[in-house]
Ligand binder design. Structure first.
Ligand SMILES: [Zn+2]
Length: 202
């Protein structure tokens, strides 16, 4: 399925995204952010309202990830949504906050809980541009999240199907369904472009 000839274009468009995006990520949901990679290909022949919603919200998470890159943070973004409405958006802020736990998912969960006035995020879906690590998959469990959607797999720290499968571990008192691969190539390209730029500066 992977077409390596697309890689160069993806890295270029991701680099352009890093450089050009100047967007407010908190607040209203942009109806349709400018596509940075045309044409959009639905993954795994998926269609329907839920797939469209997932794509729209993952684009918002990707915008947040691009903003992280502009700020010198590893570009990972996350969105918490309920009934298709965004409750919280966050990006990785480890460098800015000098906090090893300031992953995008964790920050988004905290903001969503504040927004709802409850630690319990039942009915919410978390969108992340990278597979949640053990800490974040654990936080999703603690928040009683209803669903997880992520873009790219993380072979080095992924705890949502790759190295561990915390969302589906039946020994835990709460499990949650997850879906991966939504805007996977775009997310991976953004990460690749970030690390290439950083290497270039060194
Ligand atoms: Zn994490």
């Amino acid at each position: 399925m992977h077409d390596p000839s697309n890689d160069e274009e993806l890295v270029r468009s991701a680099a352009a995204l890093i450089i050009s995006r100047r967007i407010a990520i908190i607040g209203t949901v942009p109806e349709k952010p400018k596509p940075h990679h045309e044409p959009e290909e639905p993954r795994a022949a998926e269609s329907g309202p839920e797939a469209e919603r997932d794509l729209r919200l993952m684009r918002c998470a990707l915008e947040a990830a691009a903003l992280a890159a502009e700020r010198g943070e590893v570009p990972v973004g996350a969105v918490v949504a309920k009934d298709g409405e965004i409750l919280a958006t966050a990006h990785n802020e480890r460098e800015t906050l000098k906090d090893p736990t300031a992953h995008a998912e964790l920050l988004a969960l905290r903001r969503a809980a504040r927004e709802l006035g409850s630690w319990r995020l039942t009915g919410c879906t978390l969108y992340a541009t990278l597979e949640p690590c053990p800490m974040c998959a654990g936080a999703l469990h603690a928040a009683r999240i209803s669903r997880l959607v992520y873009a790219a797999q993380d072979p080095k720290a992924g705890a949502s199907g790759t190295l561990y499968n915390l969302p589906a571990d039946p020994r835990l008192n709460h499990t949650y369904p997850y879906k991966s691969g939504v805007l996977r190539d775009e997310s991976a390209a953004l990460l690749r472009a970030f690390f290439e730029q950083r290497r270039g500066r060194q």
